[in-house]
Design a protein around this ligand. Sequence first.
Ligand code: HEC
Ligand code: HEC
Ligand code: HEC
Ligand code: HEC
Ligand code: HEC
Ligand code: HEC
Length: 451
Amino acid sequence: MRVRLYNLITRIFALLLLVVFVINFSAQEGEKLFKANCASCHNPVKNATGPKMQGVLQKWIDAGEEELIYKWVQNPSKLYNSGKSKMAKAIWDWSPTAMTPQGHLSREEVESIFTYVDNYAPPVAAVGGGLASGDSITTESDSSEYWWWIISFILVFVLFAILGVRRELSAAVAAKEGLLVDPTSTFVTSAQQWFLRNWFVTVLLVVGVALFAGVELFGRAYQLGVYEDYMPSQPVAYSHKLHAGKMGIECKYCHHSAEKSKHAGIPSVNVCMNCHAIVHEGPQYGTEEIDKLHKASGYNKNKQAYNIDEFGDRIEEPIVWNKAHNLPDHVYFSHAQHVHTNTGNIDCRQCHGPVQTYTLGRVSTIDEVNAYAATDDGMERGLIQLTKPLLTMGWCIECHNKKEIDLTSSGYYKEIHNRIKLRADINNKIFEDDKVTVKELGGWECAKCHY
Ligand code: HEC
Ligand code: HEC
Ligand code: HEC
Ligand code: HEC
Ligand code: HEC
Ligand code: HEC
């Protein structure tokens, strides 16, 4: 009788263990999805471009709009325009900045995101510190994962303890009833027997652990060499959202070499000083951050003049920005070939995502790019949807096979484009799909991209 009871308890613990693995897995799923789709604008516990996410679900439930929050995430403006949601109206009135629709996510996926943010605990000691801590969400290590491991460990320990007690008990019962106790029975042999007797739980456990390990391994291997969603901290709290978004400054005003050369380039402080010789204060940091620009360019805002040394040269100390994008040295990539109107004529956002909504420069994710490509603005800019992570070889190749070339464009590629067009009449084999893509121009040849 008692043995049965213990048997039951061990079974319950084994199942609990499995449940812990499964929950742990879905919490990580939510974390991944949040980081890939929402973290560019939302922080779980701080207001950023969008409001903080923790407790938001409860807020909508309290307002009787639990179902509508999923509609919101799918397509905010549609929900707002339907007039069905008081919450949507309230947020819209608070800030009409459009949130990118997240229609590619299923309801379960959005649920897992809310589970993740609601369980999110900010790390005790902030990593890095400094100015980027308010913006950077990507460097925080997740403390909830740590707790799951401790709980799992305790459960395993309890399970073994119970097994031990149970063995002692059965030995005692056997002795009392005058049965022979097998002296060779060790913990291992009795564990073997237990697993054989409880084969169902054993199979569940093995499958659970194997699935967990497999998915985890696959996920990590897949991330090797992938730098999506990377945002290094920077010496000045520059914001694209403010300059390229709110003020609408053209990307090429600052990254002006993008059309003419290999590099898009980072603007020198002189470009900033075109405005910041006059603008001394910002909405979020006051004078603190702009003072750094003045220091770097040797500008004295009180005298409204640049500091000069005895030879009449400006006393400058250049700002050292950290690189977010970095292809390996064996790859050749040129901005001019892609953005100039006579060549690719591709919008920056096709490869860098909705930068006008970011603060600091960062490597976007393919999910963000695709979500943006589906918006009216994205479609107007002619963005296409791709599947491979940004900056991988698969990404370059996929686009070269998908992006159609505008054969009516003129310029130095006109010759080639015309020749290709002629060849299309003679040899349809290379135009299987009746499309002229970069591939037909030689965009799949190794030597075009590799030195
Ligand atoms: C491009 C920036 C951006 C992205 C990406 C984004 N959001 Fe938002 N989100 C906003 C902004 C801005 C608001 C504030 C409402 C507004 O002005 O439209 C908001 C509001 C919300 C709200 C309502 C908040 C409240 O206080 O009621 C929810 C819920 C939400 N977002 C969920 C998500 C989820 C989940 C994701 C990822 C799947 C996501 N958002 C991705 C910018 C974004
Ligand atoms: C007022 C000047 C300015 C404008 C306008 C501007 N940027 Fe930037 N951009 C910067 C500065 C400064 C940096 C370096 C600091 C950082 O990473 O945020 C930067 C960084 C970047 C990076 C990351 C570079 C790296 O380190 O790999 C990208 C990508 C980028 N910008 C794209 C854009 C796009 C796309 C637009 C238009 C939507 C744009 N920028 C508009 C000033 C500007
Ligand atoms: C076809 C894709 C593509 C397009 C379109 C594109 N970029 Fe880039 N961009 C890249 C890649 C790839 C890198 C990394 C280059 C490297 O590491 O050598 C990069 C790097 C950058 C950098 C970092 C500094 C540098 O020059 O390496 C900035 C800034 C930048 N891009 C801005 C822009 C702006 C602004 C536009 C639009 C005018 C634009 N990009 C259009 C793919 C693109
Ligand atoms: C075309 C004009 C213009 C250029 C060029 C420009 N800025 Fe600004 N910047 C502004 C204005 C205007 C503000 C203040 C906006 C406000 O108060 O709403 C501002 C604000 C700022 C702030 C303060 C932000 C805050 O929230 O407190 C920083 C930091 C900044 N700019 C950095 C830069 C850097 C770095 C560059 C060069 C890469 C640059 N700016 C180039 C116009 C410009
Ligand atoms: C969003 C689509 C897109 C992506 C992503 C992209 N390219 Fe391209 N690429 C183009 C287009 C379009 C052209 C052709 C421009 C033209 O000549 O009309 C091109 C042309 C080229 C060329 C010149 C090919 C020739 O025949 O001369 C090279 C080299 C190249 N790309 C390298 C790269 C590398 C390296 C990457 C990845 C880091 C990359 N591209 C990513 C669209 C893309
Ligand atoms: C359109 C541009 C492009 C073409 C064409 C291209 N590659 Fe790549 N290749 C890349 C980029 C970009 C990377 C760097 C990927 C990364 O860092 O993850 C790369 C990386 C590699 C690597 C290093 C392994 C890795 O994944 O980092 C090898 C090997 C390679 N390419 C071989 C080839 C061969 C062989 C061909 C011809 C069949 C070829 N590539 C054609 C862009 C290209």
